[in-house]
Design a protein around this ligand. Structure first.
Ligand SMILES: [Fe+2]
Length: 433
């Protein structure tokens, strides 16, 4: 195994260790000190008695009711491989735990780096979107990881040189994981300007400008990643009709927070409900066939426009002008909330924040639908032809694939990779000199 020959960075190597009444203090070779409580160590033990190696989950032998709340150690050493080796005493006499030092380091409670999420890079209209080659993404895990990392940092990427067929498009999405089930007969949809049935019931097929928005705002969990592949663009006017637009919703949230904290508070605490009632489908299943099957949906959701996580960081934007329904807000806040909402809407169309570009056949626009709002410039020529293929991934599916790829880079076993946070995996993926 080549990984065994690679040298770990000092942060992942134990320099010295000392025990106290209730824990173990480790000094690392980069000078950092960590303290691990005995109870935490015993509760986290991954010996075969406590932890099932096959299912990678706690074993029934790990009995929380029998764990002593003040466990004592009999012998604590650093083994020849550099692991922390503990033989327990007292009630647990003979119980033996071995801890991988890299795993211990990313579980240190007093390392601030572990508590920080990797910060997204906020952007405006001057953003430089990264392009990735379809075939490299399909065949090279390192390129796949770079592209997924780009989605974490910027929320947007473009894949180019994609073959112009639905099967290849589906394969690109499935390179990350299974497609999200839509409330439609198909999980890959075709947006064709010539589809008159669709035009009657769906904004994105209509003429005029498509305002920047996030998709499926009326559902409990919005779709995570959206893929849109251009398969045809033919514009006899040769002007900027049907150009793609994207806006960084996290950037707009920051702009609002800076210029008007009260607006930010309203948009993060008051509800902008969304609704969607659709009792037919617009998709063509074959040349002359519109599905006889009915996919009926009647969705309703109360959510904030700007959603914060447990650390007060923005993690999700939900905005779709077309699916907004009457506000549910107290009488005294109606004017302020709508003014705050209008400010966000204004920023969405502001050329300073709006990146605009032509998506050409063979290019796939990939956006994080929890962050980046997408739209397109107007269409006014009846002769313009444009066809897109579209599909979605769940946010979870995207995160899982990235976590697996990061885990592979660490060279660590499943036993220690299982259950590490995203941040811990990012740090571990970079643990070698
Ligand atoms: Fe959309």
């Amino acid at each position: 195994m080549t990984t065994l020959l690679r040298q770990l960075k000092p942060a992942f190597c134990i320099k010295s260790m000392a025990t106290s009444d209730n824990g173990v203090e480790i000094t690392w070779k980069d000078g950092h000190q960590s303290f691990y409580h005995n109870l935490w160590l015993l509760d986290s033990c991954r010996c075969p008695k406590c932890f099932q190696r096959d299912t990678l989950s706690l074993n029934s032998g790990h009995d929380l009711l029998k764990i002593p709340l003040n466990p004592t150690t009999e012998k604590v050493t650093i083994d020849p491989e550099g692991n922390l080796d503990i033989v327990w005493g007292g009630q647990e006499t003979g119980h033996h735990s071995v801890f991988d030092p890299s795993w211990l380091r990313v579980h240190c409670y007093n390392d601030p780096a572990l508590k920080q999420k990797s910060k997204p890079q906020l952007w405006d209209a001057s953003v430089s979107i990264s392009y990735f080659d379809y075939h490299e993404v399909m065949n090279d895990d390192d390129v796949l990881l770079s592209y997924l990392n780009q989605l974490v940092e910027l929320g947007v990427a473009i894949i180019e040189n994609a073959p112009n067929d639905e099967q290849s498009f589906r394969a690109l999405v499935e390179r990350v994981g299974p497609l999200r089930q839509r409330y439609h007969p198909t999980n890959v949809f075709t947006m064709d300007r010539q589809n008159t049935v669709a035009q009657a019931i769906q904004h994105s097929y209509q003429l005029g400008r498509l305002r920047n928005h996030t998709d499926v705002t009326a559902f409990d969990i919005p779709t995570g990643i959206q893929y849109l592949q251009c398969t045809l663009y033919d514009n006899p006017d040769n002007d900027r009709q049907a150009y793609s637009t994207v806006v960084d919703g996290f950037k707009l949230a920051e702009v609002i927070k800076t210029e008007n904290p009260y607006f930010f508070e309203l948009l993060t605490t008051e509800y902008i409900p969304a609704g969607r009632r659709r009792l037919s489908v617009e998709e063509k299943l074959s040349e002359n066939d519109f599905s006889p099957r009915k996919y009926e949906w009647e969705a309703y959701r109360r959510n904030h426009l700007i959603n914060l996580d447990e650390n007060g960081e923005v993690y999700q934007i939900r905005y779709n002008h077309n699916t907004r329904i009457p506000l549910e807000v107290s009488y005294d806040k109606i004017q302020d909330l709508l003014t705050a909402y209008r400010r966000f809407s204004q920023l969405l169309q502001d050329p300073d924040y709006n990146a605009e570009f032509l998506l050409t056949p063979g290019q796939v626009l990939v956006v994080d639908n929890w962050r980046v709002l997408h739209g397109r410039t107007g269409i006014w020529s009846p002769f313009l032809k444009r066809t897109l293929l579209g599909a979605y991934l769940e946010e979870e599916t995207f995160r899982c694939r990235r976590r697996i790829l990061l885990g592979e880079k660490t060279g660590m076993s499943n036993l220690w990779l299982m259950g590490c946070s995203d941040r811990a995996l990012e740090i571990l993926a970079d643990r070698y000199v």
